[in-house]
Design a protein around this ligand. Structure first.
Ligand code: MRU
Length: 364
């Protein structure tokens, strides 16, 4: 996607063929800074501290983290160390495991001298595949959007967190259909949940939509139910960090409440679900998905820009108050109207997913 006229992905290989470059998402929307990763430790820290975030991008970053590890030491011991360290960087997005399993299966049988090149090649492929997957999700989502009847003179979407191009390598999952609808001339406006505590909606989704010229309005997280009750939302669309084989969806904390409100108000609730985000090994999301618990400071502090342009972080809690910070929740399949995958749109159910991915049938 474009930033001030220049095409960017969120992660790419530097001109020296070894350094990995990423957009530092902790500084957006106030500063646009590109960071260099020169080691596996840089990649691990970048994922853990959310310089890069969003399930598909976490997977791509882990793949490049493995390549950086192989660039310094392609031994079996380093392969294992990099796998373990990168795997522990963030627990919820299954894309991390998907990418690391893929790289390990590729690299383990190779001689050490061939691992570096193979790892960089596969990491680049994973990035290209992700961009293609997200573009296809956009195409299928656009077909679905074309069938929706707006209540007013434009379609009103609501999204939570950031599942746009910044959360992926390019295009995004939930936002890809919105970009493609906008580009096709369909009048569309997006209600953007601010998404406390880290404000991915207010800081990242709003920034992306503004860069692309998509009309949008940021709302407090608690406003969505009210807007739905008053007929101001035609559909909700979100991303997923892990989808179970029966269609439960784990996404940024607060997604579940939006799905409940959508269900109560008869508003369709769609999920952009790339196949690397599907965890075929589990069925019950509430029971089986590890929910990341992040530092309480993310709840107790907020960062913003002052009138003089200085970016500052301030405390918002009284001294001594405790804060808790579960980062994800699980929306049960029964609240999801449909999953939009790169292979098409399906019901959020085991039968629905298997209709698109028959090779995942336990009998296959
Ligand atoms: O904690 P984050 O910012 O990594 O959480 C991101 C989300 O919850 C996204 O909605 C999800 O990864 C889907 S991204 C296409």
């Amino acid at each position: 996607m474009k930033v001030d006229g220049a095409h960017y992905r969120t992660i790419w290989l530097g001109a020296d063929g070894t350094t990995v470059q990423v957009i530092d998402q902790t500084l957006l929307p106030h500063q646009f800074v590109v960071r260099d990763w020169r080691s596996m430790a840089d990649a691990e820290r970048g994922i853990r501290t959310m310089i890069v975030r969003g399930a598909p991008l976490i997977g791509a970053a882990a793949a490049y983290g493995m390549a950086l590890a192989m660039a310094t030491d392609a031994s079996d011991a380093m392969l294992t160390e990099a796998y373990i360290k990168l795997m522990a960087s963030r627990p919820t997005a299954v894309n991390l495991r998907w990418a690391l399993d893929d790289l390990r299966a590729l690299l383990a049988p190779l001689q050490a001298s061939r691992r570096r090149e193979a790892a960089y090649r596969r990491a680049a492929e994973i990035c290209d595949e992700d961009a293609e997957i997200c573009h296809s999700i956009g195409r299928h989502g656009l077909a679905l959007i074309r069938r929706l009847k707006p209540k007013g003179n434009r379609l009103e979407a609501l999204t939570h967190c950031n599942a746009g191009w910044l959360a992926t390598v390019d295009w995004g999952t939930a936002l890809s259909p919105i970009y493609q609808a906008h580009d096709a001339g369909i009048p569309i406006h997006v209600w953007v949940d601010e998404t406390r505590p880290r404000n991915q909606g207010a800081s990242l989704t709003a920034w992306e939509l503004a860069r692309h010229g998509v009309p949008h309005t940021v709302i407090a997280d608690n406003a969505g139910g009210h807007l739905m009750q008053h007929g101001k939302v035609d559909f909700c669309i979100v991303g997923t960090d892990r989808t179970t084989r029966r269609g439960d969806v784990c996404n940024k904390i607060g997604t579940y409440l939006k799905a409940l409100a959508a269900h109560d108000n008869g508003v369709p609730f769609y999920v952009g679900a790339p196949s690397p985000s599907i965890d075929w090994t589990i069925a019950d999301g509430r029971r089986d998905i590890p929910i990341e618990e992040r530092h309480a400071d993310e709840v107790g502090r907020i960062t913003g820009r002052t009138a003089s342009g200085e970016v500052v972080t301030v405390d918002v809690l009284p001294a001594g108050s405790a804060a808790a910070n579960p980062a994800f929740d699980v929306t049960p399949a029964r609240l999801v109207t449909a999953l939009i995958t790169e292979r098409g749109v399906c019901a959020a159910s085991e039968a629905g997913l298997l209709s698109l991915y028959p090779e995942r049938s336990l009998a296959a």
